[in-house]
Write a protein that binds this ligand. Structure first.
Ligand code: GTP
Ligand code: SPV
Ligand code: MN
Length: 604
């Protein structure tokens, strides 16, 4: 048996009472052969020690303390800058369980394939043991995970993103079960990279990547893929959704949850600042979550949402004081920046930040950079990678909602699906009822962004923004949505939005960002039956007079351009939907096909 040195632990002695945990750690250490084990307790003292170590090893650069207090810079390997969906697998016993949208491998085959990659992968490295909770530790709905990793960068990110430390261990107790998350960056070889999920074993194995959703296993791997699998069995849902509260002038707060695909505006909507005319009236936005929502039916028959995370792992490019001032404020301190531009004075910069670019710097690729630099084809060389990110504590967000701490979650009045479409979908439309709303979500598509490896801009189907994150067969997932609706006394209304419609010149037709409040307020009016809506084949759209457009100077032509419905384009999309839905075979709920048929009739 491989010898494990005593705990490298500087705080109070941590008691590991859970036998399963001890045995598993021992077994994984035997496989990976680290030279030491470091159990994290989550203390501030420990944080400082790990940061110092990471700076010493070069994993982190300490940023200018005056400009970016408590903050660090990291560059991931230049071939490891986004989630790699083609290397991500759901490893259930039967392929049927994973469904046609997931890559699948049989568990035995997957373990056998990855084991050699982990074999001795942590030689001369530490193995950090990260006990964490997704969800407030004192919530009955929290789920415990333990991640083993050889990356200090990952450990420090997980510390921001999850309830990490002793409290999670205590909650686990001597008998509790946990998601076993094994991670090694190994040698960051793309050819030996695998992100494997074993929902039936409550286990995740990730090897060969050190970045984002591939490596921070509490996030997409556990809180979405594994959690969605658990949710289907236990009667709740794990969704790729922000959670936001809108406070009206009377002080009433209405909560909405919204699913947009990666890099399509969740973080931005979750913390938007209403334009002055709305602020003056007394409207306020409260942020509960920006990426993941766990939803369940409450005792009163309403839908409740909680954010299982503690931090934001947010897109940096394009973030500035005009587009998202609250994100700028959130990242002012205690933040880890990844793959942005590093300047000489140990500050950071990115495309789309306000103000002039620095005269020189080190790009996300680790190469010297200056403004105006182009490649041999004349294409500008970016300082920051389009999927560069900041990791910051959610509590630093000025609009952070104290109701984040409500252990049963916040009551949800409406759900929003959102897409990035240059033309297809209008600015906003409302589904006629829950079943139609489930169809609207199931038939979502969106243009691909830089958040995952693949062709930018390519439209792909992305049901409920969960295509890359659903841990089981999506046909069963659609059924689960329908079933949840039946269990709700008054199901939330469902809307669809598209902030990204473009004019023929390629300019966005809608100003977006803070102005999106106008669309949210129309939704509130709809919820409260204050305004009628106009029925079109795809659903219900606003009358121009029913949306507050004060200060936008919007002409009727502009409004029409935002809502115009191109039947040809929709019929084409319906064909594409049909092909997609056909891949599910007979498992697909008939309601989905029924709704699709209804739409076809209306379009004709
Ligand atoms: P993930 O963290 O990948 O799940 O993404 P997200 O959905 O949280 O996306 P985020 O809010 O970070 O936005 C991604 C990109 O969309 C950024 O470049 C934003 O500037 C841009 N964006 C967000 N909201 C709007 C909007 O209302 N209009 C326009 N035009 N762009 C927006
Ligand atoms: C996304 O891609 O949807 C993200 C970033 O939120 S990652 O954590 O890399 O998945
Ligand atoms: Mn996301």
């Amino acid at each position: 048996m491989y010898f494990i040195s005593s705990f490298d632990y500087t705080g109070d002695e941590m008691k590991i009472t859970n036998k399963k945990l001890k045995n598993w750690v021992q077994k994984m250490a035997t496989l990976c052969q680290p030279d030491r084990l470091v159990w994290l307790n989550g203390s501030n003292q420990e944080k400082r020690r790990l940061e110092t170590e990471a700076v010493k090893s070069g994993e982190l650069v300490k940023l200018n303390e005056k400009k970016w207090p408590g903050s660090f810079y990291h560059r991931s390997h230049f071939l490891d800058v986004a989630r790699t969906e083609s290397l991500t697998f759901i490893c259930t016993k039967s392929q049927e369980e994973a469904g046609p949208t997931n890559n699948w491998m049989a568990p035995s085959q997957a373990y056998a394939k990855a084991r050699p990659y982990f074999q001795g992968a942590m030689k001369k490295r530490a193995m950090y043991v990260l006990p964490f909770s997704m969800g407030l530790v004192n919530s009955p709905f929290a789920k415990i995970g333990v991640q083993l990793t050889d990356s200090l960068y990952v450990a420090l990110n997980m510390r921001i993103m999850t309830h990490l430390g002793e409290a999670a261990l205590k909650k686990l107790g001597p008998e509790g079960d946990f998601t076993k998350c094994l991670h090694s960056k190994a040698n960051l070889d793309e050819k030996k990279r695998l992100i494997l999920h074993f929902p039936e074993d409550n286990t995740i194995w990730s090897v060969g990547s050190g970045y984002g959703g591939n490596a921070l296993l509490g996030k997409k791997c556990m809180a979405l893929r594994i959690a969605s699998f658990m949710g289907e069995k236990e009667g709740w849902m794990a969704e790729h959704m922000l959670i936001v509260g809108i406070e009206d002038p009377k002080g009433r707060i209405t909560y909405l949850a919204a699913a947009f695909p990666s890099a399509c505006g969740k973080t931005n909507l979750a913390m938007l600042i209403p334009p002055e005319i709305f602020r003056k009236k007394g409207y306020k936005i409260w942020t509960v979550g920006d990426d993941i929502a766990w939803l369940r039916i409450g005792k009163d028959g309403s839908l409740y949402a909680q954010n299982p995370e503690t931090g934001i792992f947010g897109v940096v490019p394009g973030t500035n004081n005009k587009t998202n001032p609250h994100a700028v404020a959130t990242m002012r301190k205690n933040t880890i920046f990844t793959n942005v531009l590093l300047t000489k004075d140990r500050s950071v910069w990115w495309e789309g930040v306000k103000g002039p670019a620095p005269q020189e710097g080190i790009s996300w690729k680790g190469e010297p950079w200056r403004p105006g630099l182009t490649d041999e084809k004349g294409i500008p060389i970016l300082g920051a990678h389009p999927n560069s990110r900041f990791t910051a504590p959610l509590i630093q967000c000025p609009s952070f909602s104290k109701h984040y701490f409500d252990t049963k979650g916040v009551p949800i009045s409406a759900l929003i699906f959102g897409a990035r479409h240059a033309s297809l979908s209008p600015l906003v439309y409302e589904a006629r009822d829950w079943e139609h709303g489930v169809y609207v979500g199931a038939s979502m598509s969106s243009e691909r962004t830089a958040a995952q490896v693949g062709k930018l801009g390519e439209v792909r189907r992305d049901p409920m923004a969960m295509l890359p994150f659903c841990g089981y067969n999506m046909a069963a997932y659609f059924q689960h949505w329908l079933d949840i609706g039946k269990g709700l006394k008054k199901p939330p209304r469902i809307f669809h939005v598209n902030w990204f419609r473009k004019d023929p010149q390629g300019r966005f037709l809608w100003p977006g960002f803070g102005e999106n409040i106008r669309v949210l307020l129309w939704m509130l009016d709809r919820l409260n039956n204050r305004v009628p809506a106009k029925e079109i084949p795809i659903g219900l759209i606003p009358n121009k007079t029913d949306m507050n457009l004060t200060g936008l100077n919007m002409s009727d032509e502009q409004w029409d351009a935002l809502f115009q419905l191109n039947r040809e384009e929709w019929l084409k999309d319906l064909n594409n939907q049909k092909e997609f839905f056909a891949t599910f075979g007979r498992g697909l709920p008939e309601e989905i096909l029924g709704q699709q048929e209804k739409l076809l009739q209306k379009l004709k």
